[in-house]
Ligand binder design. Sequence first.
Ligand code: OGA
Ligand code: NI
Length: 876
Amino acid sequence: MATAPFFSLPHSIKHLSDSGALSSVPPHYACRDPDAPSDVDPTLEGQIPTIDLSVLTEGDPARRSEMVRQLGLACEEWGFFVVVNHGVPETVREAMFAAAQGFFDLEEEEKAEHSGKHVMDPIRYGTSFNTKVEDVGYWRDYLKMVVHPAFHSPAKPLGFGEVLGQYAACTRVVGMELLRGIWESLELDEGYMNNALGLDACFQVCTVNLYPPCPQPELATGLPPHSDHGLLTLLRQNGVDGLQVKHGSKWVHVKPPPNSFLVNTGDHMEIVTNGRYKSVLHRAVINGRSTRMSIATVVAPSPDTVVEPVAQLVSSERPAMYRGVRYREYLEHQQGNKLWEKSALDLLRFHCLVINSNKRTNSGCVLSILLQVATLFADHSIVQNIQSFVLVYNSNNQSIHLYILICSMTEQNSKSFTVPSHSHRSSIYFITTFATLLVLVLLQIQVLTSSVSTCSLSWPFFDRALHRDESSIHTELGRARSMLRDSVTFLPLKDLRFAKEPMSGHTWFMSSMNDTFEGDETRHLYFPSEASKGRLLCLSAPDTSDGTKNSYALAWPEALPHDATLFPGLTFVSDTYYDYGNLWHGTSAILPFVSWHQRKECAVPDRWVLFHWGEPRTSMGAWVHNLTRAAIGEVRIEDLRGHGGAGPACFEKAAVFRHNEGAMKKQRRREVYDMMRCRARASCGVARAIMDPKAIRMTLLLRLGSRSFKNESTVIRIFETECAKVDGCVVKVAWGNNMTFCDQVKLMSETDILVSPHGCQLTNLFLMDKNSSVMEFYPKGWQELAGVGQYIYRWMANWAGMQHKGSWRDPHGEECPHTDKLACFLFYKDAQIGHDEIHFAEWAAKVLGEVKEMKSSSGSRHTDVAGSSNPCPCDR
Ligand code: OGA
Ligand code: NI
């Protein structure tokens, strides 16, 4: 039970520390014995495993699988590792720490708006861990925010939410990438795990910890030894050390390399892997000089998922070690109690015992088995704890083995979480069922051994039905079909309950349907299928401006809704959050179809049906259309409103994608980009010229109007000057506005370094040879206002196998005259970009140097030559 704290709580440790009046800690915080011998082993520090995320995401298969192996070892042996080359920009980290400092610097009353609330509140500010139940205090203030599946952020200080949003999105990507590697290290299927843990709606919480300087750091502690509740925790700190992790019986003081994440496994990793990867104990120590700040991001299963050991890691040698529990309940328990070691997880631990009774099948022994079972069941507490039982009959030596798995939990266990317990009545029921089963099994064995092979049982009910006269059966069938027709139920295509998460999980498009996972494809729906029980997809979508007025239904082909039109063949149904006119967005929406097309024997759809926010669309932008045609084949977009009758359209076969490429596995995405590049080049007749392997082709792909360079000729001159210094370098200058699709494909096939302002024409980057380079430019104001969308070309470069060589953000330029953020974003979006002669020259020289180096080390080898000599996937 919660006990009231016996001391008066400070507002915050910061307040206490800032007052400067303390020369010793208040007794309530003295929880350590200063004379205890040190339990820290300094020799272990150098052994902490390091994981290079870039190898996991873009390494060649051999390096990647080695890194996956190392990741598995790190989880198994340490539960802790350092992640480098994670791709999260330093600027995002810096902005996050500055924003967090801004929050703690608010007036106490302002912060208090988020304090003293329930442990499950999505935003919580406080001190120590849980002062309602603790009898010692920890030298720590914290701000916890649930950032996914729903995003929460305090309103103050200004701009906090945006920064947090970026930080959360970036760390979630890193977390998911690591999880992918971890599942792989255990040979678990990623799609299956994502589904089992509800990772689309994963729970993510960011905790900012503030540890002010402490007058007696040897007496107090920042956080006591504990494990975290989630799957993984990603921690960053402000440059002041203080995290210690337990390894074996010793503690290791962690001094992270710059720009790295410290990652530890959490309790749910231990549960789901059935103890293969255990959560690691860690603690935070404090110091007397500087303020330490850390940001811990926990990535966890979705709150409503009941997490239990995954079946693949449970066997008779290693029975399930933990009871399943709903994540939300676990969290509430863990957060609502004292923080102490693995006390929350311990409550879920089973202590198991397998009983094996080996008996021969003669009647005397059957009796003895029954007796044995009855003795077991006479003890109510054992019945309560029986996990499962299996009867195995060995026909060779005619023996029966009865395995009973008995698992016990302490009484406290069952109280802390709601454990379904067996009543007395259910144990009687259990015994009866068991005995009946046993008798049936024995009967069966007898039947088998005496070789009775025919069964002459007669069922009077069937007899009667079969002799009914045929015409009445037809009438009834007709009636049944008509009832089926009438019972087809249309639901709104766009479900506003999911308005906040249009891109995850169920999405707002056909929200009652679950996606199918197929290997590393993106999730999709296919009709008719086993899951649809053979029913076809029908759409009724007359409204082009409000998706909630459009609807969908499933219907059996024999009982399509009245006045439906059946479209034969294969239909691709696409819904995108974005729009098909935009190069990046359109590509992102069609990429999963390209992948599916290739996997399904290059099946070309007979038609496309396009939706944007649940509203029908009848065209793609020319570029997207051309790319789709090159990659998949002729694109016929069906206008459902014009198909004749006003009734619904039903499809003989339909593949529905409502997630963009972001939902696909990285490796697969890269293969698909390779295929699109190959097919685009082939369809434009771009054959690769035999060229000097040392040539370096730099292309300035420029814009007119918004985001053009203010002083274009100077920018061109700078790059030309640097290029001229490098042997074999040539510069081309092109403007994206007046080029055809094939012009662009050709230009990109002749580009090693793409120099271009941020904007959708940069989508062309995937059309370069693999490993080519990108240099990106932004006008003033983007960093602050553009959100994560500004990183799309970094992502794309990574996904398509290119090298993003950084971005230049114009520090100068006209100030936004508006106060409204959106107005300012639009203002900056249309602004022009200046230049920095010295920086551009140095940057160009550096990139040229790197490309030259890479070219000379790889010689003249080119692996992805397009054209007639090398067919692309699906070439006919
Ligand atoms: C945590 C945690 C450690 C640190 O927030 O769960 O363990 O170094 N933090 O701040
Ligand atoms: Ni922790």
